[in-house]
Ligand binder design. Structure first.
Ligand code: DQA
Length: 139
């Protein structure tokens, strides 16, 4: 399987920001663990802080034979209609993920504009949220 893991805004600072919420491992270390878990699959990792670049990466996945996209859009989750439309524009299944349990946090994090166009949502399992989301494409 070809899996694309997209991390959005501020997730490049994972391991450095709000360690009590997101843990102390860097995104690079988390990606390495995810790649190790999916060693029999092809994993592509992409991170951008820029909304339009995330949209373009979702678009280009369509021509690359990607079977599933695991998307942690960060704060864009809560308001990016552009990313929502990019997901709706491609036929690749997308699973929305969050490392933290967004429903146990501030009220503005309870709302996602992406969930409706995603196959499903996984939140609250730290780095394992990415693994659970990737595994979901195999069911
Ligand atoms: C997050 C949750 C978002 O609300 C937040 O803005 C993030 C990270 C998570 O992985 O828990 O940047 O997506």
């Amino acid at each position: 399987m070809k899996l694309l893991f997209i991390n959005g805004v501020n997730l490049n600072l994972t391991g450095m920001r709000e360690k009590d919420v997101y843990g102390s491992q860097t995104l690079e270390q988390i990606n390495a663990e995810v790649a190790g878990h999916f060693k029999n699959d092809e994993c592509i990792f992409y991170q951008s802080n820029i909304e339009g670049e995330i949209c373009s990466r979702i678009h280009s996945a369509a021509g690359e034979g990607v079977n599933g996209i695991v998307l942690n859009a960060g704060a864009y989750t809560h308001y990016s209609i552009a990313i929502r439309d990019a997901i709706a524009a491609v036929s690749i299944p997308v699973v929305e993920v969050h490392m933290s349990n967004v429903h146990s946090r501030e009220e503005f994090r309870h709302k996602s504009v992406l969930s409706e166009v995603c196959k499903g949502v996984i939140a609250g399992f730290g780095k394992n949220s990415y693994i659970l989301a990737g595994e979901s494409f195999k069911l």
